[in-house]
Every structure is written in C-alpha cells, then in structure tokens.
Design a binder for this molecule. Structure first.
Ligand code: FES
Ligand SMILES: [Fe+2]
Length: 375
C-alpha cells in the first residue's frame, strides 16, 4: 500500500480509537436467510459467480517454469492450468476430447505432453492434440479442432485467474477496481507457496466468507486466542467495486503515535484482508500471506469446500505451525457457521441483521445480489 494511503488510514484509525467507535454505515441492514438456503439462489450463484466470473485457480509460484501445471477440481468445471514452452500461462477444461476422462490429476513439473490415462490421447502444453494411438480408427478427424478446450486465463500480481467458460473476455484490473495496486505492493508474486489444506464444511460458501468481514465477533468467539492482540470491534472497511479491503487493527499501532509520519508503517500493526470478489480472500500478515478460496461443494446449497494456503518469502517448517494456529482460529468460525446453517435450514429465522459496523458484510451480500441480478 502506498505510504500516503497508509498515513491517511493510520490517522483514521487513531481517530476511531480516540472516539471509541469504528467507522460505521448510516444504519443497520438485513439480509434474507434464503440467500443461504435457497437451491435456486445457489444455482444462480454457481452459474454467474463460479462459471462466468474470474476466479483464482492458483498462484504463479506453483508453476514457475515451462511445463509446470496444476489442476483445480473445486470450480464447477475441472480446470488444468499449465505454463507453455514460451512461459505463458494457459488454462483448459481438464477433460479429454476422446471420451471425457479427466486428463490430468494434481500438479507437476516439466511436462511436455499431457497423456490421457484412458487411451493415451496426448496434448501439448498449448492444448494441441498431438497423438492418437492407433489413429486409423479416427480417420477423417480434424485434429486441429480437437485440442483441449481453452479457458480465459490471466496471470496478475502472482495470482492466476481463470473464467471457467470458454470465450469470455477477462480483464482482471477492471474486476479489481483499483485494489490491484494494493495487492501488487504486498509482493505475492515473489512469495512461494508453502502449504494448502482443504476444508469441507456443512455450510453455505457465503457463511465461510462472512466470518472474515466483521471484527465484532473477535472479542467473543476468539477470546482465548487472537482477541487480546486486536482493538475491540475496530476495523477499516473500503469497497473497491465489488471487492473488499478490510483492515483489523492491532493494539501495537499505538507505538506509531510517538514516531514521525514518515516512519509510519501500517503493515506490522494490522491484518489486511481483501476479498477478490466473489470467493478469494487474501490475508496479509506482516511476514506471510494466507489465501482462502471458497466454493460451493457441488450443487448442495448447504455445503462448501475451501482451500487455505500459506504463501511466504522463505520456506520453513514454521509455516506448518502457523497453519495449525490459523486452523485453530478459523475452526471456531466454521464450527459456529455449521450451527448457523442448521438454524437457517430449520426455517427458524427469516432475516439476519448486519450492524452499522458490520457494513463490509452488507457490501459483500449486496455485491452478490447485484452480480446475479437480484438487486
Ligand atoms: S478418454 Fe482420453 S484417450 Fe480416451
Ligand atoms: Fe473469526
């Protein structure tokens, strides 16, 4: 983040601390619980947000060299991302054109060809069909038209964005609506991928996300772990188009009051969260980044699957311990979220409320309604 923006935010933070209240919306709002339980809503979200919107499929640091590849099975369309011989990132539907086998599993390095595990049709890293065993059985087939189906892909700020539908235009900076400059400043592109864990939960994907967009619960739900580090119910929210930047404030920020402004550094005294709409959350800590990617699990409105990744400048076993600690905190959120889903599905509650200081939640849900045409 630009230093001048950090200084502005720090002044706003000191203002909020001195006032004793966080920045707030004019009034509190409500949201229908059907957003979390309606199969029609879930189908619409899946179509618009997860098939026709750019989603983060991985990190540049996972596939640094030509022939490196990764696959993504959590999106509604199976995705293969590969770096081709000239170093460009390409994305494909990970489905063999012969009879539909999943072409590639997992991730790997230095691939020249992707050979299907079923009958060994082979494709190069640009998706071209280059070999058919016993090809006399396919006389007349137009090979040039039988390559892997390409998907729109863009590599930006160390992240790989894919639209799981062929042929759609992809413009990441337009989508990020000004947040890109911030993301770039954190240097995610130069951080290495340390570890990813997968979490499956019986709760709508939005409940997984919701837990990040208010600081109101920290004092209560996380009283035994992170709460003592942070100011109670204090966070700075800014919208960038449909995306969100949300900054939790550590008590250590008070130290800056004794320093001249040119020495002010926001990063060590905050946790900066960004929602890359709809489903990717970047959490910038002072020495590493955490990335959550949250998906509906299949077609069921009440199930989700998320990946939690740690990116850091240097590999070290300490990141596994960081992951354990992190997992301990979000596990509290997710366990509580499963209870919320249960309550919603019982029909017990028609509306939830977002307090004036829970306005980042209101922004997230309003953005979804706008995107799917329910505004
Ligand atoms: S399904 Fe891939 S080669 Fe037959
Ligand atoms: Fe939490």
């Amino acid at each position: 983040m630009k230093h001048s923006n950090q200084v502005t935010l720090i002044h706003q933070i000191f203002g909020a601390i001195d006032r004793g209240t966080p920045p707030m919306a004019e009034r509190f709002t409500r949201n229908d619980t059907s957003a979390y339980t309606s199969p029609q809503r879930a189908a619409r979200e899946r179509e618009v947000l997860f098939r026709h919107h750019p989603i983060v499929a991985g990190f540049s640091s996972q596939i640094p060299n030509p022939g490196d590849y990764l696959t993504e099975d959590l999106a509604p369309v199976p995705i293969l991302v590969a770096r081709n011989a000239s170093g460009e990132v390409r994305a494909f539907v990970n489905v063999c054109r012969h009879r539909g086998a999943k072409l590639v599993a997992g991730c790997g390095n230095a691939a020249k060809l992707f050979s299907c595990p079923y009958h060994a049709w082979s494709y190069d890293t640009d998706g071209r069909l280059v070999a058919i065993p016993d090809d006399y059985g396919f006389e007349g087939l137009d090979r040039a038209a039988t390559g892997l189906v390409a998907l729109p892909v863009a590599e930006k700020y160390g992240l790989i964005f894919v639209i799981p539908t062929p042929g759609e235009p992809i413009d990441i900076d337009a989508m990020l609506a000004g947040l890109g400059e911030d993301i770039e400043s954190y240097g995610i592109g130069s951080m290495a991928h340390q570890e990813t864990r997968v979490v499956r939960r019986r709760m709508n994907w939005k409940l997984v996300s919701d837990t990040f967009w208010e600081a109101y619960h920290i004092k209560v739900l996380h009283a035994q772990n992170v709460a003592p580090l942070f100011f109670k119910n204090l966070a700075m929210f800014d919208a960038f188009g449909r995306n969100t930047r949300y900054i939790g404030v550590r008590k250590s920020i008070e130290k800056l009051r004794d320093l001249p402004e040119e020495k002010w550094d926001l990063i060590p005294h905050t946790t900066i969260l960004m929602n890359l709409f709809p489903n990717t959350i970047l959490v910038m800590q002072s020495d590493h980044a955490e990335v959550y990617r949250i998906f509906p699990a299949g077609a069921h409105v009440g199930e989700s699957v998320a990946t939690i990744s740690i990116l850091a400048p240097e590999p070290s076993p300490k990141w596994s311990r960081t992951m354990d600690l992190l997992h301990g905190v979000v596990d509290q959120d997710f366990t509580l979220g499963e209870g919320i889903q249960h309550g919603f599905e019982s029909g017990a509650l028609r509306k939830v409320m977002y307090g004036r200081y829970e306005n980042a939640l209101e922004h997230f849900h309003r953005s979804i309604r706008e995107a799917i045409g329910e505004a």
